[in-house]
Design a protein around this ligand. Structure first.
Ligand code: R5P
Length: 287
């Protein structure tokens, strides 16, 4: 087995090579004068089971993934597993308005062309795995996030909406603390409304746990409610930290004490590692 490190997922690739005890393939990667990407495998992968690790965000990383997949196929690997720690476009998982694409399906179909097995972490909705024509599985980073939160003296986990309730319940059971949820309505891509709610948060340290922080709007509204209800420290924790636009500033200015995300998207807050949660699914896979 060999690992190919996509440029969006260098740290996870390295961690996975350690936990799976497999080597990372050397790559040449450069840009043509017009900006197009060039990749070349510098090690032999013929007859190998190859794992390509690449978060499909931002868009240019999707192109890189397709080039890597094609190079591996050309090199006559035995099998190709694509690990997309964060599967971008997953939230456009249906047509919300006439004329729209189902973007998650469009990307999934293209990945499936050269892939035997697809793995991702905490997809926004599990059913997007059905869009793949190859075998596709997900694993959850909630336990890794909860283990990290255990060091923070957290009294309560809050789900910012009902969709995140199971995640909050699981984290709370690992930590051994209470949990609650908010009721959110999404107005548009950048605006959410959260119903005022009395939360038993007075003097408590609360961690809000969600799958994604994008604009930070969902977290910011939840933090406001917690502060109104007298919360002490507030942690904003997520699997995928996109931090679009001024999200970090928004969280901090609303009173967030600490931002925590996993390494599915590498950034300043990605301190929770996910390689071990992927290990089981990858080593059990008989290729
Ligand atoms: C939505 O259902 C997701 O679980 C997240 O709550 C959402 O994607 C976060 O987006 P934003 O940070 O822009 O509010």
């Amino acid at each position: 087995m060999k690992i190919i490190e996509g440029s969006a997922s260098k740290k996870i690739s390295n961690d996975l090579s350690k936990v799976l005890n497999v080597s990372v393939v050397k790559l040449e990667r450069k840009r043509f004068p017009d900006g197009e990407l060039y990749v070349r495998l510098m090690d032999d992968v013929s007859d190998e089971d190859v794992i390509i690790v690449q978060t499909t965000f931002p868009d240019e990383k999707i192109i890189e993934l397709f080039l890597l997949m094609d190079a591996v196929k050309e090199a006559k690997a035995n099998s190709i597993t694509v690990v997309a720690p964060y599967f971008g476009y997953a939230r456009q998982d249906q047509k919300f308005k006439d004329g729209e694409p189902i973007s998650a399906r469009a990307i999934a179909k293209l990945i499936s062309l050269n892939t035997d097995f697809f793995v991702t972490v905490d997809p926004h909705k599990e059913y997007i795995l059905d869009f793949f024509d190859c075998e596709a599985k997900s694993c959850s980073a909630v336990s890794a996030i909860a283990e990290h939160l255990k060091t923070k003296d957290v009294d309560m986990i809050l789900a910012p909406d009902k969709g995140a309730l199971n995640r909050a319940k699981k984290a709370a059971s690992i930590i051994g603390c209470d949990f609650d949820y908010m009721e959110k309505t999404r107005i548009d891509g950048e605006t959410v409304e959260i119903k005022p709610k009395n939360l038993d948060a007075k003097n408590k340290n609360v961690a809000i746990v969600d799958d994604i922080i994008s604009t930070g709007g969902t977290m910011a509204k939840s933090i406001q409610q917690l502060k109104k209800n007298g919360a002490n420290k507030v942690f904003a924790a997520c699997t995928h930290g996109l931090f679009a636009k001024n999200a970090v500033e928004k969280l901090k200015s609303n009173g967030c004490d600490e931002i925590i995300s996993t390494d599915t998207i590498e950034n300043d807050f990605s301190i929770v590692k996910t390689a071990t949660v992927m290990k089981k699914i990858l080593s059990n896979q008989s290729l």
